[in-house]
Design a protein around this ligand. Structure first.
Ligand code: NAP
Length: 280
């Protein structure tokens, strides 16, 4: 599994990680086994949120007994809890549910109404207390990032987690360039389009299949390799079975040629810059 630096100041983190939204809804044992297999195959970057029901509890079961320092755990505070005190309480709740003593990164899930000064002060206090190693944001457009940078200063924002898949490449216009300029990791969420992966019989699906055949890989592995082709971008697909987790981890060592990237770029065009940043 390839590793990438998590922003300019962060540690090396697995380029393919594991999402956990809705992972608590199906068979719990299968979900724990999927996460475990994912970790064993190198997907040690695990993403969750206080919003994701019992996903934090599922993760706690999956990581029980594993060396904590080998994992990179990320959770998120809801905007409605992102006040000076609320963010600290929310983080402590997440730590308890995850049965761990620190998060590697803690994110503001999306921009809400609390002033950035409050949330940043809470994040700084959590860092000082050793409860989080770093903090970042999610669903921030470049103008939101500009405003946050004015409050936090350079070198403080570890990552921006944003919607990015073959059929939704809006972040390539302004968000990725902004993050690269300021040393902020870009984490691609819903890399398979949530539940909308290009069907095998579609034009794009055929391009994916041809590239997959050439690499003895799968279309989803090709998609993940394309999305993580830039040094700033990591991806966090969610899988509920050991088979899916193992397949996704296989993308961590797949490298596409410039010609293959160009073929995907043509099959799934970037499109014009939308007015607002798309999010789920
Ligand atoms: P996703 O990862 O794009 O897609 C998940 C879907 O793909 C599930 O139906 C899953 O099925 C299927 N799948 C996964 N691996 C597969 C494989 N190898 N073969 C066939 N099907 C496969 O969707 P997502 O869950 O929306 O996004 C990933 C993660 O990003 C989330 O879980 C969450 O952690 C994060 N996220 C963050 C935000 C935010 O606002 N920050 C928003 C959305 C998501 P199975 O479940 O059956 O394996």
């Amino acid at each position: 599994m390839k590793q990438k630096k998590f922003g300019t100041h962060g540690p090396d983190v697995s380029v393919i990680g594991q999402g956990t939204w809705y992972l608590d809804r199906g068979d719990r044992k299968a979900a724990v086994a999927a996460l475990r297999r994912g970790i064993e195959t190198g997907m040690t970057h695990i993403d969750t949120a206080e919003m994701y029901g019992d996903a934090e509890l599922v993760i706690a079961d999956a990581i029980a007994g594993l060396p904590r320092e080998k994992l990179f755990l990320v959770s998120k505070v809801l905007p409605s809890n992102a006040s000076r005190r609320g963010a600290i309480t929310a983080c402590e709740r997440s730590l308890k549910r995850l049965k761990t003593d620190h998060l590697d990164c803690y994110l503001l899930h999306w921009r809400g109404s609390y002033p950035f000064e409050e949330t940043v002060a809470a994040f700084d206090e959590l860092v000082a207390a050793g409860k989080i190693r770093s903090w970042g944001v999610s669903n921030f457009d470049s103008d939101d990032l500009d405003e946050l940078l004015d409050v936090a200063g350079e070198g403080k924002i570890a990552c921006n987690q944003v919607l990015y898949h073959l059929q939704e490449r809006a972040i390539e216009h302004a968000v990725i360039p902004w993050c690269e300029k300021h040393g902020v990791a870009v984490v691609a969420y819903s890399p398979f389009g949530h539940n909308d992966f290009p069907p095998a019989r579609s034009k794009g699906g055929e391009v994916l299949q041809a590239l997959a055949d050439a690499h003895k890989a799968s279309p989803r592995q090709v998609a993940l390799a394309f999305l993580t082709r830039l040094s700033s971008v990591l991806a966090i697909p969610k899988a509920s079975s050991v088979e899916h987790a193992a397949e996704n981890a296989g993308a961590g060592d797949l490298k596409l040629s410039d010609a293959e990237i160009a073929a995907l770029d043509k099959a799934f065009p970037r499109g014009p810059k939308p007015r607002g940043l798309p999010m789920l």
